[in-house]
Write a protein that binds this ligand. Structure first.
Ligand code: PEP
Length: 263
């Protein structure tokens, strides 16, 4: 269903009216985690200033440590809905287990399945039946074939509104949080008709790598990028070191504006 063999035209997925697909490079930005209403609104305004047309933000956070901030849950979803109202930005937010899909889908414009859940088949089937577009992140140790098969689980439930997101894979390298596999973008786009975007924030894991990796993503033909921003990253409850700050936004806007010249 997601293969390009039977569907040679590349697809465009619409999220709250915003297209993600071959004719544009869509900027999705926002905080890694929803912490407070003010923080989310400030981050959404930062995202808009850089040209973002969709707001990201996690209310359910899949953290490595059970002692780390796990997200605000439904209270976070309510904040996202309020900020959507205030800014007009449709929202992309992660769902981490199948039981929560209906609840998260009642607030979200797009459901995100994170790297750790790429092969959580019950979750994939549940998001496939939820009636919302889905962003499927690549598992950090998954092959492209496994990633596409995970998308197939979603598609099988009747949902072809799927966007693939390359977010870096595990390698021996420790200088970056993950290794951005730029080759996955054109490979996945050749094998599948689905749009492919890149997460330079979770790949690099460091603020100073986000803009160079964004340029790389656009240069290899990504259909969009999803980027963490935070008004006060030193106080962030999740992934502060990779969040862009106010002073980075002008350059991000420039990179996004310049994208046709990079192609
Ligand atoms: C995220 O985008 O908030 C996230 C946790 O990403 P990943 O699943 O790629 O680690």
């Amino acid at each position: 269903l997601v293969s390009r063999e039977n569907h040679p035209e590349r697809s465009t997925v619409h999220v709250g009216g915003v297209p993600i697909g071959p004719d544009t490079v869509t900027l999705i930005a926002g905080p890694c985690a929803v912490e407070t209403h003010q923080q989310t609104l400030d981050a959404a305004r930062m995202a808009q200033a850089a040209g973002a047309v969709l707001l990201r933000g996690g209310a359910y956070k899949p953290r490595t440590s059970p002692y780390a901030f796990q997200g605000l849950g439904e209270a976070g979803l309510r904040i996202l809905a309020d900020v959507r109202e205030e800014t007009g930005l449709p929202i992309v937010t992660e769902v981490v287990n199948a039981q929560d899909v209906e609840l998260v889908a009642s607030y979200a414009d797009m459901l995100q399945v994170g790297t750790r859940n790429m092969q959580n088949f019950a979750l994939l089937q549940a998001v496939g039946a939820a009636g919302r577009p889905v962003m499927l992140k690549r598992g950090m140790t998954a092959t492209i074939e496994e990633w596409l098969m995970a998308a197939e689980y979603i598609a099988q439930r009747g949902n072809l509104d799927i966007v693939l997101c390359e977010r870096g894979v595990r390698t021996f390298e420790t200088a970056t949080r993950n290794t951005l596999d730029v080759s996955a973008v054109p490979v996945a786009q050749r094998l599948s008709h689905l749009p492919v975007i890149v997460d330079p924030s979770h790949s690099g894991g460091r603020r100073e790598l986000v803009l160079p990796l964004t340029r790389a993503a656009i240069a290899v033909g990504a259909d969009g990028v999803i980027i963490d921003v935070h008004p006060q990253p030193e106080q962030a409850l999740c992934d502060g070191p990779q969040a862009l700050v106010d002073t980075d936004l002008g350059e991000l806007a420039q990179v996004m504006n310049d994208f046709p010249a990079l192609l």
